[in-house]
Design a protein around this ligand. Sequence first.
Ligand code: MD3
Ligand code: FE
Length: 210
Amino acid sequence: EVVAPGAVHVPAWLSEERRRELVRACREWARGPVPIRRTVLPNGGVMSVRTVCLGWHWQPYRYTRTAGDVNGARVAALPSWLVEWGREAVADAYGDPAGAAAYTPDTALINFYDGDATMGMHQDKDEHSLAPVVSLSIGDSCVFRLGNTESRGRPYRDVELCSGDLFVFGGASRLAYHGVPKVRPGTGDPATGLAGGRLNITLRETGLGD
Ligand code: MD3
Ligand code: FE
């Protein structure tokens, strides 16, 4: 479903097998070389989601190769199979295989939400590229809020994101405010290997080069 121009929701895009593969991989990435942690903001606030990065490390508000705000280690590489899944995702969401072949994400942000975690309305504008962001969700459902490019407030649309769902944000939606006001504990499928909580993996092009 096209939720807004450039914003396409594909429910249950991930096969059960791919969900399990991603959960298993995320569990490894969460261990290191840079362990998963709650990001501390420059204003002293602490995010409620826990995040680990691949390719480039996001620290508010820039991308670095090493995690100076965690343990100083270089982040793990973004595996080529995940780049390939990203191209498949863009091709399926936009129906444009040629455009999708040029999609070259260099970074993944993996967010883990426990039942109380939320993400406030924000824009993702630390990337120097306006290539689409690919979002994959596994585990508990959540309310995802897609707003406008002008302010955190209305108008916005609330969309239920469930385990296995794909969302691609490009074009006119790439700089839209968005957030996660609520997770719905107990709605996930334990067969994926996730006992509770919600995983979200976003693929991005930082535009920073090598
Ligand atoms: C819309 N994550 O990591 S994914 C984030 O579910 C983030 O963890 C949320 O927002 C999550 O920055 C939402 C969906 C998403 C990601 C990037 C976007 C939506 C977006 C960029 C532009 C517009
Ligand atoms: Fe975001």
